[in-house]
Design a binder for this molecule. Structure first.
Ligand code: UDP
Length: 328
């Protein structure tokens, strides 16, 4: 299996996966509508095709013109708050467009897919760490669309002999150690880039969304996983597709509070980083920590950049050298 079609390959996670694949001598075909992705994030060794997943004709043409052995499907909308305001957009882009991709795959006899799912499928977990067999009760439209697509994959496995690996991401963070690619969302909503923008002087302060949670310091706890470790897991997933379908959590099994993230960033950057207590953000589970036992055991995946300080250090290298992201 050599030729990999990466939807959303110009985005934050997609660009890191593409780079990792290319470093491991796969051929990469990136398909991205560049609504949120960046052309400059696409490695020069990859083939880039601009296009939307809703465009079945274009997609079919691409599948006919290129040899594709497997798909890594990342193209999606991924902001919880936006999904609450505009659930129809999320259903269309994350579910309906995904179905178009699966139909085109089946038509062209491509039967392998790695899907980027999310910890949001669990909602507010009853137990920590979260295991794959725990209850699936998403509390926002974003999580519901990710769960729905997992169900569609399970059906397609039976009806169209498609093998899938669904990876339920926890909090992807950090940047490629080269410092050449990294996170660049506009507007930025994620904690670590916002904290580093404060360190850079691009923002006055970071708001801490909720300081009265039932956690060690009152702030939310998340499981931050380095984006390169996440990319490496996708290659392990591709290799395992021959053995059949499965679903895995993808996290580091370590939880850090918002306060701890800010404090670690102060140490890494040497900057004071002003933080202000603010109201809770709606739909924010207090604690999300993965059990990664299953993927470690079955796919022999091991995080290389597990420490929060290392994650922040790599992100800092990217932000310091690219204060305006991919814009010049
Ligand atoms: N957060 C925060 N201030 C910010 C952005 C995020 O306190 O400006 C918190 C957020 O409430 C959550 C954690 O940081 O508990 C991680 O949020 P992020 O948006 O990075 O990822 P999410 O967990 O929502 O996927």
């Amino acid at each position: 299996m050599k030729n990999i079609f990466v939807t959303g390959g110009a985005g934050y996670i997609g660009s890191h996966i593409s780079k990792e694949l290319l470093d491991k001598h796969y051929s990469v075909l990136v398909y991205d509508n560049l609504q949120k992705g960046h052309r400059k994030a696409v490695d020069s060794r990859a083939v880039f095709i601009g296009g939307d997943l809703s465009d079945a004709k274009r997609l079919d043409k691409v599948f006919k013109e290129h040899k594709i052995d497997a798909v890594i499907h990342l193209a999606a909308d991924s902001l919880v708050e936006e999904s609450v305001k505009n659930p129809e957009k999320y259903w269309k882009n994350n579910v309906e467009n995904g179905k178009i991709l699966l139909d085109v795959m089946a038509k062209n006899k491509v039967r392998k897919i790695v899907f980027s799912s999310s910890a949001a499928v669990y909602g507010e977990p009853e137990k920590i760490p979260i295991r794959e067999e725990d209850k699936l009760k998403p509390i926002n439209p974003y999580g519901k669309t990710k769960l729905e697509f997992e169900k569609i994959l399970q059906k397609k496995e039976k009806t169209h002999n498609i093998s899938f690996i669904s990876l339920r991401y926890f909090n992807a963070a950090g940047a490629d150690p080269s410092g050449k690619i990294g996170e660049d969302h506009k507007p930025e909503t994620h904690l670590i880039p916002i904290v580093l923008q404060v360190a850079l002087g691009k923002r006055d302060h970071v708001n801490i969304y909720g300081t009265d949670y039932n956690t060690k310091d009152g702030t939310c706890i998340r499981d931050y996983i380095h984006v390169t470790d996440l990319a490496i897991a996708h290659i392990a997933a591709l290799k395992s597709l021959d053995k059949g379908s499965s679903i895995y959590n993808l996290g580091s099994e370590k939880g850090y509070s918002v306060e701890e993230v800010i404090e670690t960033a102060r140490k890494v950057t040497g900057k004071p980083i002003r933080a202000i207590a603010a109201a809770r953000r709606s739909n924010d589970p207090p604690i999300l920590i993965a059990s990664s036992k299953k993927i470690k055991k079955e796919l022999k995946w091991k995080p290389k950049y597990g420490e929060l300080a290392v994650i922040i250090k790599t992100a800092w290298k990217w932000h310091k050298n690219h204060p305006n992201g991919f814009e010049e």
